[in-house]
Design a protein around this ligand. Structure first.
Ligand SMILES: [Fe+2]
Ligand SMILES: [Fe+2]
Length: 223
């Protein structure tokens, strides 16, 4: 029997999906709450904006990595998955994400921003309608068992690091995106996900050097 939590690129995809899925539900819920009751203080507003901007950046980076690295690689190993459909779905998601990105800046520009927050909430709902069926297909096709049987352990490790590095190149800023990634996961899943990250990032930069910079996002993250 395979070692539990052995390096497997499908596990990394599941983690990133669960980060994005959690952030989608947090931003939806909070945009509605702040639209109705206003922001309690300036720090909460700043934290919400940092969190929402990180969310957009991470989902963008994830699509780019799938389009440019994961799908071309998987196409060789698993030719029967609907790659063209998945790429077309990414394009639909990009349209909604562009609107969401602009709306986040409208929220930023207004003091209480009830109208912009409502608009943001509607955009997030449309995103959720596209996101859930999309990851349903990916998680159905790119399973731990299937990829585990097709790719050896060293190759899973190599791909994990390669995909993480590629995503990081297309996301930013690191002092927000890295803590956003780590702390949208529960501790056990976080430890598995952090395997692809340099020790310096997870042990020094995120918890110590950058701590004050991402602190306003704390209310939206997990411990
Ligand atoms: Fe995707
Ligand atoms: Fe995905």
């Amino acid at each position: 029997m395979a070692e539990a939590n052995a390096p497997n690129i499908a596990l990394d995809l599941l983690s990133i999906h669960s980060i994005i899925t959690r952030a989608l539900s947090v931003t939806s819920e909070k945009s509605q709450q702040f639209a109705q009751g206003g922001f309690p203080d300036a720090s909460t507003k700043e934290g919400f904006l940092c969190y929402a901007r990180s969310f957009v950046s991470v989902i963008h980076g994830h699509h780019v990595t799938e389009n440019e690295l994961a799908f071309p690689y998987f196409r060789e190993k698993l030719p029967d998955a609907p790659y063209d459909l998945l790429i077309a779905q990414h394009q639909e998601l990009v349209h909604v994400l562009d609107e969401i990105k602009a709306t986040i800046e409208e929220v930023s520009a207004e003091p209480q921003a009830a109208a912009a927050l409502n608009k943001l909430n509607q955009g997030l709902r449309r995103l959720a309608d596209l996101w859930h069926p999309h990851i349903g297909i990916e998680q159905d096709r790119f399973t731990v068992a299937r990829l585990g049987a097709l790719i050896n352990r060293d190759e899973h490790i190599r791909l994990g690091k390669l995909f993480a590095k590629h995503s990081q190149k297309h996301t930013g800023p690191g002092y927000l995106v890295l803590p956003f990634l780590l702390y949208n996961l529960a501790p056990e899943e976080r430890a598995i996900f952090a395997r692809n990250m340099p020790f310096l990032l997870t042990r020094l930069l995120v918890p110590v050097v950058w701590k004050a910079r991402w602190a306003p996002m704390r209310p939206f993250l997990l411990d």
